[in-house]
Design a protein around this ligand. Structure first.
Ligand SMILES: CC(C)(COP(=O)(O)OP(=O)(O)OC[C@H]1O[C@@H](n2cnc3c(N)ncnc32)[C@H](O)[C@@H]1OP(=O)(O)O)[C@@H](O)C(=O)NCCC(=O)NCCS
Length: 164
């Protein structure tokens, strides 16, 4: 996909983002919850646009020297084209510039596509939160504790090269 632009998510984006949440998640976040998130100082949300349309987004939270990926999605029609990879690359770059050393997230145990994506970023499963999701599904907790290391920077350069 050509000319995908990453931008800060704003209030004006929230209707569309909430609609994409509905498409992508069994427990979608509401527009209101997203608006609350945008107001929090330790959060950061980006949208990916193609021809002005939002095709994906990512949100993360800073806690001490860790970054926690809160959400990431791309619209079904645009999957497999590197949008989530670009969003994560940008998110990690911002986080490392801000002093983050580690990165973590939860992912549904059955979500193999997302787990493969995260593994490419050096995230490894370290534990399970039983019944974490409202439907009762377990979450895998994944970590990469050295996102600022030379090895991880090289890994991300390789991923970025694969996109271009
Ligand atoms: C998980 C999710 C965010 C991935 O988004 P995406 O934009 O499709 O991700 P990417 O394109 O960067 O990578 C996904 C796949 O596309 C492939 N890909 C990446 N760039 C590509 C390119 N230029 N050409 C072809 N394929 C490519 C990747 O190899 C990967 O393939 P895989 O199935 O072998 O792992 C998306 O499937 C989604 O929104 N799912 C629903 C919500 C969700 O589960 N979010 C995660 C919650 S924890």
């Amino acid at each position: 996909m050509t000319a995908v632009v990453l931008q800060e998510m704003t209030k004006a984006d929230l209707k569309v983002v909430a609609a994409i949440e509905q498409l992508c998640f069994p427990e979608p976040w509401s527009e209101r919850l997203l608006a609350d998130e945008l107001r929090l100082a330790n959060r950061r949300y980006l949208v990916a646009r193609h021809d002005e349309l939002i095709v994906g987004y990512v949100g993360w939270m800073f806690v001490d020297d860790e970054v926690h990926v809160n959400t990431i999605a791309s619209i079904p029609e645009a999957r497999g084209q590197g949008i989530a990879t670009r969003l994560l690359l940008e998110g990690i770059e911002v986080a490392v510039a801000r002093g983050a050393m580690g990165m973590t997230l939860e992912v549904a145990a059955s979500n193999e596509v997302a787990q493969r994506l995260y593994q490419r970023f050096g995230l490894a499963p370290v534990g399970v939160r039983k019944g974490y999701y409202a439907g009762g599904e377990d979450a895998l907790v994944m970590w990469n504790r050295e996102i600022a290391s030379e090895q991880e920077i090289a890994r991300r350069s390789e991923l970025a090269r694969g996109l271009s």
